[in-house]
Design a protein around this ligand. Structure first.
Ligand code: ARG
Length: 435
């Protein structure tokens, strides 16, 4: 039986029901739907809109329904129209008329807008824990190898010496900004739509402040049409999640490179690697490749949300039911990526000797050599040119800046003396940069 049965002379066709139903997606919001209904019932009773006795019966039965769903005693009907319908109908089957009074002064439109906000608030909190865990993992791994020197790259060409710790720290900074973006979106989302009704509020003397504060919201939405039509917060969060995936994907790409025999800066633990079905020697960084691939999925979710919302007239339209699959998938995906990456980083072996070897080639201390000449009074452009000639000479002779004899230096520029070897020493190069 549908909530809206009175107006209709026929049952919905099975195909209509299957197509229309969102319960397979929205059932995961059941606890928030119940919490919202409890607050609504308490408010109705406090305002004398329903009796105190009805209020109490509703609240007690909702608490029972919640624990029965939790422990598997009550199964959510897969044919229900949505989770809101299922819970209200179950309640009414059990307590009769009191259950029928729960929906007074409320619509599924403000109810669903409330449930998604509450569900997403919880997701944000869980996500932040996972982001902080990854920050910790990166920070710990970097600190454990704080004196490991590696080449820093631009254009994927060896550029200047850096420490491994500084490299990993760059990702910590990105992830900290990601947390900031989640916090910002959370603040804007944390306004209760309850009381917006279907679109035009309600004629009952409800207390929107009471439901908002019972449910931990900072405020309630100012405009009732906006309260039920707004899905900005889903889009904002999907956008912040997309950016997280950009960061995770870049980190993953670097780890993939570092695991290759060409680099071999790190080796993943066997427990966080996979093998090949044919090539016995292979150990593949599948986790990082999947993270890189799953970024596409989260960007897709963002695009889904933008496209669903674009062009919708106010207020609620059924199109908006599509919001949940997209935003839920985006959260699920980012969370599984974060929770797999952290232990993968924790157990990753770092090979500082290989980083050091790579840092020793490629003339990554050439800038320091030029800076040395500047310290001797030469203008930077001239120092740059002289150093360029020295690099070219080294390449011709198969030398490095460290091995080139001082006479050869002096032949190119008079200002060089033995002090240059101190200046281009890689440890000194990174120390002078405060790494
Ligand atoms: N299942 C619906 C959704 O997720 C709930 C709101 C239904 N409202 C309505 N007027 N049909 O959007």
């Amino acid at each position: 039986m549908k909530l809206w049965a009175g107006r209709f002379s026929k049952e919905a066709d099975k195909r209509t029901n299957d197509f229309n139903s969102s319960v397979s997606t929205d059932s995961r919001m059941y606890a928030f739907d119940i919490e919202g209904s409890i607050a609504h019932a308490k408010m109705l009773a406090a305002q004398g809109i329903i009796s105190a006795a009805d209020g109490e019966t509703i609240v007690n039965e909702l608490i029972k329904i919640r624990s029965e769903i939790e422990n598997g005693e009550l199964l959510i009907d897969p044919d229900a129209e949505d989770i809101h319908t299922f819970i209200e109908q179950t309640l009414t089957e059990r307590i009769g008329d009191a259950g029928k009074r729960l929906h007074t002064g409320r619509s599924r439109n403000d109810q669903v807008a409330l449930d998604i906000r509450m569900y997403l608030r919880n997701e944000c909190n869980e996500l932040k824990i996972l982001l902080n865990n990854l920050i910790d993992s990166l920070d710990k791994k970097g600190s454990a190898y704080s004196d490991a020197i590696m080449p820093g790259y631009t254009h994927l060409q060896r550029a200047q010496p850096i420490t491994f710790k500084t490299h990993l720290n760059a990702y910590c900074e990105m992830l900290k900004r990601d947390i900031g973006r989640i916090d910002d979106a959370y603040k804007r989302m944390n306004s209760s739509p309850l009381g917006s009704g279907a679109l035009a509020g309600t004629t009952y003397p409800i207390d929107r402040n009471m439901t908002a504060s019972l449910l931990g919201f900072d405020s309630y939405t100012a405009n009732t049409l906006d309260g039920v039509s707004d899905r900005d917060f889903c889009i904002e969060l999907a956008s912040a999640l997309s950016l997280i995936m950009v960061h995770l994907s870049r980190l993953s790409e670097e780890i993939i490179l570092w695991c290759s025999w060409e680099f071999k800066f790190v080796e993943l633990d066997d427990a966080f690697s996979t093998g090949s079905s044919i090539m016995p020697q292979k150990k593949n960084p599948d986790i990082t490749e999947l993270v890189r691939g799953k970024s596409g999925r989260v960007f897709g979710d963002l695009m889904t949300l933008l496209t669903v919302m674009k062009g919708l007239p106010l207020a609620y339209n059924k199109d908006m039911q599509e919001d949940k699959d997209a935003v839920f998938d985006a959260f699920d995906t980012v969370k599984i990526c974060l929770s797999t990456l952290s232990p993968m980083i924790d157990t990753m072996t770092v090979i500082p000797e290989n980083m050091r070897k790579a840092a020793a080639g490629g003339f990554i201390n050439a800038t320091d050599c030029a800076d040395y000449l500047v310290s001797k009074g030469l203008a930077f452009r001239d120092a740059y040119k002289a150093t360029g000639e020295i690099v070219a000479l080294c390449i011709r002779k198969g030398e490095t800046l460290e091995t080139l004899p001082i006479d050869e230096y002096k032949n190119i520029c008079e200002l060089f003396d033995e002090g240059v070897y101190e200046a281009i020493n890689l440890e000194n190069c990174v120390k002078r940069r405060g790494m």
